[in-house]
Design a protein around this ligand. Sequence first.
Ligand code: DOR
Ligand code: ZN
Length: 377
Amino acid sequence: MIKTSFLPCKTLKFPLAKVEGSRQLKCKGPRMELTLVQPDDWHLHLRDGELLQAVVPHSANHFGRAIVMPNLKPPVTTTAAAVTYRESILKALPTGSNFNPLMTLYLTDSTSPDEIKLASCSKVVFAVKLYPAGATTNSQDGVTDLFGRCLPVLEQMVEHNMPLLVHGEVTDPSVDVFDREKVFIDTVLRPLIQRLPKLKVVMEHITTMDAVRFVESCEEGFVAATVTPQHLLLNRNALFQGGLQPHNYCLPVLKREIHRQAIVSAVTSGSKRFFLGTDSAPHERRRKECPCGCAGIYNAPVALALYAKVFEEAGALDRLEAFTSLNGPDFYGLPRNTSKIKLIKTSWKVPESFSFSFGDIIPMFAGETLEWQASSS
Ligand code: DOR
Ligand code: ZN
């Protein structure tokens, strides 16, 4: 049972100002309404079992499609497993939902080039995810030696135009945790792109100005980045505000304010290289509030409201739609959605928690008031 305190959208008493595409009309009343091409989430953790049932309605409520991460236990390493996982997601969807999960494969040292061929013919698998072994949740089966073990697979991906989605952090324990993204760019990503310039790469959940600069320095259409709400709105102080804050802990970890500002500038600049990927990563409350808490922020219910907040604060609401709904499908070579959704400027309180038979999930900004509310699709 979901316990929510969503305030119903109040009856609108004033004429609404509309911002459609890049055309922003003046707001006559106190409320604004944005109509956007339906957004997609290009980086999402849906989990499986009870957790999948619990969280998938939140994503399906707002997003048309999502790139679904493969870091289950065991990981989704084959096309056959991706097909089965996709079926379980479809079964868990609310009745009538048109949400379309786009599946990914989990790259290991022993993934074969033939598996890439299968994946690319499947029409179910849309990308391959690189987790450096040990970098994050369920990454123990990830890659230990990308250049030594995976080059034939990467070459096959170039052949099939299959994007590589990268968790961009080194795992060397001697590297400071706040420097792991920068060191990964210098030691893995730049050499990779020099070697395979036609490989499509998405640097996932970027957290630094180094990543922004790197993505901007690459050829457009081949290297892009997803950006999460947390890396746009929070800096590393949020981990320690008034005490340790486990619900703000994710990987890559939040960085300094200068990095947050660089990411905000990048996404609000109108560049096509950046697009929406929430990295919504639910963990049951007891697995976050414990002596060794899991990394992951559950933001699916609030993500669109938060992205709108970022763009509004930057004076760039006219560029929101490209980031949420156009740049992602364009990069992946997929059609843009034809359906629309509305974002309404109206205050609502984020639920303190979502309660299920197995426990609670705490959303990002729990209990706080947000100014934008997304309509259901
Ligand atoms: O914070 C994170 N949580 N980062 C990841 O890379 C994985 C994710 C998860 O699966 O929980
Ligand atoms: Zn992720």
